[in-house]
Design a protein around this ligand. Structure first.
Ligand SMILES: Nc1ncnc2c1ncn2[C@@H]1O[C@H](COP(=O)(O)OP(=O)(O)O)[C@@H](O)[C@H]1O
Ligand SMILES: [Mg+2]
Length: 279
């Protein structure tokens, strides 16, 4: 079972003179049960690509294969429901899409829509709130009284309440402070490590990518130009904005201190230095 994108191109406004090829013959395989980052400059096609993974967009040509589901230009609307259930998509600034009066109602919207009973819905809402770290005291609060970070958690809980196997998030740390970003990463790591979720994240933050992710896909002008595991990716792609930890390791190297590629946080770098001293 796998996720693969084969020769996918996507043209916006294909019927008009404005037509614009946002994806250009993309070929990429994404490993399940890992955390994969999609990075690249603004406008390179990251959001367009992720919207293909739950059929919000259908490829102009090529195919998206997710387990036994094959999405092509001709896929019929009524066949998409199983895919939409399997793949949960969290939009950028998802908190702006909350619309129900209370946290409970907002998270309950999805399961109800999929036909869950009141009892099943209540269980799903509680489970989803737990997964995003919102305690019971939030349940009847108004979404509009929450902080930005809390609202974003409610929006993610709304998707998790549908129990997707694959969770895709577009810039989930945009606008969060550093502590909020770390908490978001820990939330996603927990979903991967303890709840068997496959996590795919569009992000601009290479520091977070280096510390928390398994794999990286680099896009440029509608194409995938590199894909690798995080450690090898940043060794091979020195042209991207390097994570601060790597910059620190390069400074240390100039001073004659070699740190292995496995140290992915400042703490791990310092531990290697300490262990070397002891040895
Ligand atoms: N709805 C749309 N209509 C027309 N062009 C679009 C639309 N959405 C995105 N594009 C264009 O497609 C390209 C890729 O956009 P997008 O996937 O949003 O990139 P990214 O998420 O990497 O910033 C950009 O050139 C963008 O202007
Ligand atoms: Mg985008």
């Amino acid at each position: 079972m796998s996720i693969s994108i084969n020769h996918v191109s996507y043209v916006y406004d294909s019927e008009t003179e404005l037509k614009w090829k946002a994806l250009d013959d993309i070929n990429v395989a994404i490993t399940k049960f890992k955390m994969t980052a999609i990075i690249g400059k603004t406008g390179c096609g990251k959001t367009t690509l992720m919207q293909h993974l739950n059929a919000l967009l259908k490829p102009t040509s090529g195919e998206v294969i997710i387990d036994d589901f094959v999405l092509t230009k001709t896929s019929k609307h009524h066949t998409l429901k199983p895919l939409r259930k399997k793949v949960g998509l969290v939009f950028q600034f998802s908190e702006s899409q909350l619309f129900e009066e209370t946290v409970f109602k907002d998270i309950a919207f999805g399961p109800k829509n999929y036909g869950a009973t009141d009892e099943e819905t209540a269980i799903k809402v509680h489970q989803a709130m737990q997964l995003v770290g919102l305690d019971e005291s939030y349940i009847h609060r108004s979404c509009f009284q929450l902080s930005g970070g809390e609202k974003r958690r409610v929006a993610i809980a709304g998707i998790l309440a549908l129990d997707p196997e694959i969770l895709i998030l577009d810039e989930p740390t945009a606008g969060l402070d550093p502590q909020g970003s770390i908490e978001m990463m820990q939330l996603l790591l927990n979903l991967k490590n303890h709840h068997n979720k496959t996590i795919i994240v569009v992000t601009h933050d290479n520091d977070l990518v280096y510390t928390y992710f398994d794999d990286v896909i680099l896009m440029d002008q509608g194409k995938v130009i590199a894909q690798n595991n995080v450690l090898d990716f940043f060794e091979d792609n020195q042209a991207v904005v390097l994570p601060q930890v790597i910059q620190f390791k390069q400074l240390l190297l100039k001073k004659g201190v070699h740190i292995s590629k496995y140290a992915r946080t400042i703490k791990e770098v310092l531990e290697e230095i300490k262990n070397d001293r002891i040895r």
